[in-house]
Design a protein around this ligand. Structure first.
Ligand SMILES: Nc1ncnc2c1ncn2[C@@H]1O[C@H](COP(=O)(O)OP(=O)(O)O)[C@@H](O)[C@H]1O
Ligand SMILES: N[C@@H](CCC(=O)OP(=O)(O)O)C(=O)O
Length: 363
């Protein structure tokens, strides 16, 4: 039976798009575009997250070994992204399809305004039947500002757009129970939402031109599946891989999706590292917030202390009396006002339920 995904994110890894020598594989890109065009003709929405800018840059200019690695990467990506998108645009045009370039940084997912602008743009593109081709803005994203890899970026895009599925194309058939090249290694076809540890079977080894490796792919895939989105890890070098994943005719690893979470909560699930401050809440507030089936906002009466400073709209962490993190949310007002209202009754919520994300909701 065919899988009925409607909105699909296709993540194409560096290794799928490059040949052994690190230069772009034109035939491979063509074949993938042909497959995506077929999905479009079936009425599906497709968003492509494509690596390959650095590889494309390498085919155009050679960089000096003496220059620093960051500058070289910026230069190759800046040059290569033009070629990468020109290649996609030309190949999609042959199918009478239009694609668009979307370049983003990690910061764009942390800032609520940037996030909403981005989401709005994606919606407009999809409504106009345009295929977004997303990559990290490698010119700006250096060191700590970088995504771990494009898998992380693809996961964020999938949750932002409430996708039905994320198809991660790599250079392996899926996740194996050990080194995929070792004799007897077995592919794991299905990973249930209850699986939490991958370190037992996934090594930290990366493909030749990849950045994050399989372990980061697993963690991201698990997190995305917890948010209600199916994730498949499959081999992008296999012929007709996309239609064959959907018709369940090909080996791959599927992360079974969990119950769906609301869109806002999906964003919050990824936003923890962006927290500006924290509030410590009392036991009564903890019980009220974590009681299943109840939509409760955090009121100042339940707040014991404010840690750090934050402003209205910032993400803050919620800690219990023992300083254990219990969730995150968006502050309705800044830490100064929160401090004035600490412990007081009949005050406006510090975190509204709609902007509150509790750890218990995804575990
Ligand atoms: N248990 C495993 N199953 C599959 N692949 C694994 C496993 N452990 C490590 N790997 C390695 O992960 C690599 C794919 O990850 P990565 O380098 O991030 O690729 P990509 O460029 O597609 O993002 C594979 O080439 C493989 O060598
Ligand atoms: N933004 C980079 C891709 C880096 C990256 O993370 O690649 P991959 O590990 O294959 O997902 C580029 O376009 O070259």
């Amino acid at each position: 039976m065919a899988l009925s995904y409607q909105r699909i994110i296709v993540k194409i890894g560096s290794n799928v798009l490059t040949q052994e020598d690190g230069l772009p594989d034109g035939g491979r890109i063509q074949h993938l575009v042909d497959q995506i065009a077929s999905l479009k003709k079936e009425g599906k929405e497709v968003i492509v997250v494509s690596s390959g800018a650095v590889a494309a840059g390498r085919s155009l200019v050679s960089v000096s070994d003496k220059a620093d690695a960051v500058s070289n990467r910026q230069l190759l990506a800046a040059v290569g992204q033009v070629k990468l998108l020109a290649t996609y645009a030309e190949l999609f045009r042959a199918h009478e399809l239009v694609c668009a370039q979307v370049l983003v940084t990690k910061e764009d997912f942390r800032d609520r305004q940037h996030y909403l602008h981005m989401q709005n743009c994606f919606r407009a593109l999809l409504q106009n039947n345009i295929i977004p081709v997303v990559n990290e803005n490698d010119v700006i994203s250096v060191t700590e500002l970088m995504f771990t890899d494009n898998d992380e970026l693809a996961g964020l895009v999938a949750s932002m757009l409430d996708a039905d599925a994320l198809l991660i194309l790599s250079n392996v058939d899926g996740i194996f129970d050990g080194d995929p090249k070792a004799p007897g290694a077995q592919l794991i076809p299905v990973i249930e939402p209850t699986t939490t540890s991958f370190s037992g079977f996934v090594t930290t080894q990366r493909s030749q031109f990849g950045r994050g490796g399989m372990i980061t792919k697993c963690h991201m895939a698990h997190k995305v599946a917890q948010l209600g989105i199916a994730v498949h890890i499959a081999n992008g070098k296999t012929q007709n891989i996309l239609p064959r994943i959907l018709s369940e005719e090909v080996v791959n690893t599927k992360f079974i999706p969990n119950k769906t979470a609301s869109r806002k909560k999906k964003w919050l699930a990824h936003a923890e590292t962006a927290a500006k401050g924290a509030v410590q809440i009392n036991a009564g507030a903890k019980v009220a917030l974590t009681t299943p089936g109840k939509a409760t906002s955090l009121l100042p009466v339940g707040v014991l202390g404010i840690i750090g400073t934050f402003e209205k709209g910032d993400i803050i962490r919620l800690l219990d009396e023992g300083s254990k993190p219990i969730g995150i949310g968006i502050a309705e007002y800044g830490s100064d006002k929160a401090l004035e209202r600490l412990g007081l009754q009949n005050q406006k919520p510090l975190v509204h339920y709609d902007y509150l994300f509790l750890n218990s909701e995804i575990s």
